[in-house]
Design a protein around this ligand. Sequence first.
Ligand code: NDP
Length: 606
Amino acid sequence: MNTPQDKTSDKYADLDFDPDALRERYREERAKRLRADGNDQFLEVRGDFAHYVDDPYIESAIEREPLTDEVEVLLIGGGFGGLQAGARLREAGVKDIRIIEKGGDFGGTWYWNRYPGAQCDIESYIYLPLLEELGYVPSEKYARASEILSYSQAIGRHYDLYENALFQTEVTEMRWDESISRWIVSTNKNDKIRAHFVAMANGPMHRPKLPGIPGIADFKGHTFHTSRWDYEYTGGGPEGDLKRLANKRVAVIGTGATAIQCVPFVGETAQQLYVFQRTPSSVDVRGNSPTDPKWAAELQPGWHKHRMENFNGLVSGVPQPEDLVKDGWTDLIGMMIRNFKEASGKGLNVPEIMELTNFEKMNEIRARVDELVEDPDVAESLKPYYQMFCKRPTFNDEYLPTFNRPNVTLVDTHGQGVDRITENGLIVDGQEYEVDCIIFATGFEVGTSYARRAGYEIYGREGHSLSDRWADGMSSLHGMQSRGFPNCFMMSISQSAFTANFPHLLEELSTHIAYIISHALKEKIETVEVSKEAEEAWVKTIIEKGTGAMGGIGGPECTPGYYNNEGRPNPQSLQAAPYGEGSIAFFKVLENWRAEQSFEGLEFKS
Ligand code: NDP
């Protein structure tokens, strides 16, 4: 029988590329990037680096007396997760809700990420939650950050979530008080709030990370992280026009989804821009367009969920009667379906067709670099050599042409990263690049412990911390509840599901959490806790069906990144994987569980 390695076979005869050569190239590129230190290569933003997470957007600091009151439901985080959970709880009749939010307003990711060019890269008609509930249609296919931030605030107003919310307030600890069956939630404003139920919507990527480049603290110029864009320094705003950079030499470290969006704006105005690249992103066509008012007016009730499910089906490889979103995310699947039709009779099996389609898609991405970048050496450096979805795909029409500008230089570190930072600049391959400012587009913590990413520890029954409890691996039912931590819910992809469209997952988790909490409140139930058996069974399911840290994408054969625990999958990261049968099956698991109305696996105490 033929194998994918069998390049001489007829089935590969009509290809205009050599799959073996590509496989070998991918392996070489991955090997170049593998590092022994994995996640430890990054610095945590605390101590001397804590100022990197100061809020540059607040107009005035909130001064208030500490609170020691009680609420029925406390939601930690005022991003989409907290807002969606708040919305579904309100709809289920829960009145006493408080959101605690570190930022000065609702918005979460979209509160913090205001860098120039920030916009959603999942279509806004499916990315923005609760569109039908609010009667809103975004103004563009890919809405900009300021519109998404305003929309987040509109959700807050629509569901009365401003009432009782605490902004500029950071949770510092959660501790279960057995004597009163309540959580005591402490904050940096000295609050000690009692909460009957808590849902933690901390966000999957809210803790910025810095590269542990030697000398990072020596630099005498200006620095900031993209998630705290310093418009004081750069001038301009999210729409660009960064005029204060006109006499500045600027370094951007990182070439992930954030850099792809902000680099064109920095390149447009900076006197000199150096982009320090370790791994190139795949940069596909953006193709943004304003919303057609006629189309918007004709949308029928139920359109939003239908569109979300259509997209999720396609990107999960489940054929749909039509492709409603039709963009770079669904294109790969479209190619796959065409290839399946053409492959009949050629003796190709499913993994072979998938691999070939992926090669073809990435060949297109690489050809696009040649089309848009004038210097052939620079173009070569910008080509990604890994499978699509090994890294987060990006979509942008201005990033690649930015490297044609005379004031913009790509510094290709050949997978190694910046060697050293000095008082005056950055060193790569023995050459120093002197700059006035370093912008860290280096992303967010993903593979570190839950408490470190959340920024606070959770102490459950008998004072046991969540970090200790999960030291050997995460343990939960449906990724939302963990034994020993009653009345506490988590919203994340770990042991739940991975979807390219993250708010879709939040929608399903919110519905589920609201169902359990509203039932408990109605029935005057004091504590809700997962049984030992149910939790063990779910963890076993996750491990048995496990397909890696991101549910099959970014596998161990991929170039390192946060999708695969920086190329170092370990038993803990595999145990925290999303449900291996995919998000559609996971949503069905939750739906069926609720439909039974038996609260299987939960212990209630009145
Ligand atoms: P990423 O983690 O995706 O990228 C970080 C970048 O920093 C990578 O290019 C990484 O290189 C580079 N890097 C890290 N350390 C070094 C070093 N020592 N020297 C040089 N380079 C280094 O972060 P982003 O903020 O770009 O994106 C995070 C996620 O946020 C995205 O994956 C996406 O999920 C989301 N996002 C969504 C957007 C949207 O919806 N519109 C827009 C932006 C982000 P390497 O790849 O080699 O590790």
